[in-house]
Ligand binder design. Structure first.
Ligand SMILES: Cc1cc2nc3c(=O)[nH]c(=O)nc-3n(C[C@H](O)[C@H](O)[C@H](O)COP(=O)(O)OP(=O)(O)OC[C@H]3O[C@@H](n4cnc5c(N)ncnc54)[C@H](O)[C@@H]3O)c2cc1C
Length: 247
């Protein structure tokens, strides 16, 4: 396993609680849209075993052509040791990245694509949208729906409706509006639905989609295949059509 150590070159305050860490991109470090990586802080591999308190999964919120690795995360007042260290990290600090993989590449299948996210989950989708803006081939349209109760919505310059590009974005700040909108979107029976958020959020969304007769194969989750299968089976009880990896 290759561990890439790289320097933080910029820290952006996206909202009062959300920061993006822009990290120098090692020459041979590459990734595709929707990727997540293992993001680790100095000292994580100092002992016999890796110190899990210093490692988190994080989506990469940029694309390689931006030539920087973006990690976007929320740091609340009450936070873990990991986030406490992150909050104090300065430009020039070294961080480690390893085991990078995408569970949610953009499916180019001539379908409508709906991106459903909660809070910083939007970070996972930023590169999908940029990839689509660069090359719209075999994607009919993209619509993003994000819920954030803080009302400090992320990435407003990317997630801005652009009808000429068949891209629309909607931000809501409460669950009622959110799930009503998901139900509306699910009237599009042939579309693809990407969902990013907590497991509880994934399950709630999948239940709405299931009730609207959206099939499991149409649902993309940022999970490894076995975890995806487990979550889908908890919602689509008795159906096994999703045993096949849609990718
Ligand atoms: C594939 C994948 C991609 C991911 N991508 C991202 C990403 O791009 N960005 C991202 O931010 N996360 C991402 N995550 C989740 C990430 O790995 C962390 O689990 C998440 O950020 C929470 O971090 P944390 O455990 O350090 O807890 P925190 O964020 O610090 O805390 C989580 C919750 O616990 C509470 N809490 C924590 N410590 C205390 C305490 N001592 N007292 C009281 N309350 C406390 C906090 O208030 C908060 O509500 C991803 C996960 C996966 C699996």
């Amino acid at each position: 396993m290759q561990i890439y150590w790289a320097k933080v070159n910029k820290i952006i305050d996206e909202t009062p609680e959300v920061k993006t860490f822009l990290i120098d991109r090692p020459e041979d470090f590459t990734w595709v849209e929707g990727s997540h990586t293992h993001f680790a802080l100095e000292g994580f591999n100092a002992g016999d075993k890796p110190n899990r308190n210093l490692i988190r999964h994080m989506s990469i919120s940029t694309l390689p052509h931006e030539n920087t690795i973006g990690i976007t995360t929320r740091i609340r007042e009450q936070c873990s040791e990991f986030k406490r260290i992150l909050k104090k990290l300065e430009v020039g600090s070294k961080v480690a990245l390893f085991k990078t993989h995408s569970n949610v590449p953009l499916r180019r299948e001539d379908k409508n694509v709906y991106l459903l996210s909660s809070g910083v989950g939007l970070a996972t989708f930023r590169p999908l949208v940029l990839d689509y803006f660069n090359r719209a081939d075999n994607v009919n349209l993209i619509h993003s729906l994000n819920i954030d109760s803080t009302k400090d919505f992320l990435f407003p310059t990317v997630f801005k409706s652009a009808p000429d590009k068949n891209f629309t974005a909607l931000f809501v700040d409460n669950r009622k509006d959110y799930y009503e909108e998901v139900k509306n979107l699910a009237s599009d029976k042939a579309a693809l639905f990407y969902i990013v958020g907590s497991d509880e959020f994934l399950v709630e969304n999948m239940k709405v989609l299931r009730d609207q007769r959206i099939k499991p194969e149409q649902i993309m989750l940022d999970k490894r295949e076995n975890q995806r299968h487990e979550l889908l089976s908890s919602v689509y009880v008795g159906e096994d059509s999703f045993l096949v990896d849609p990718k």
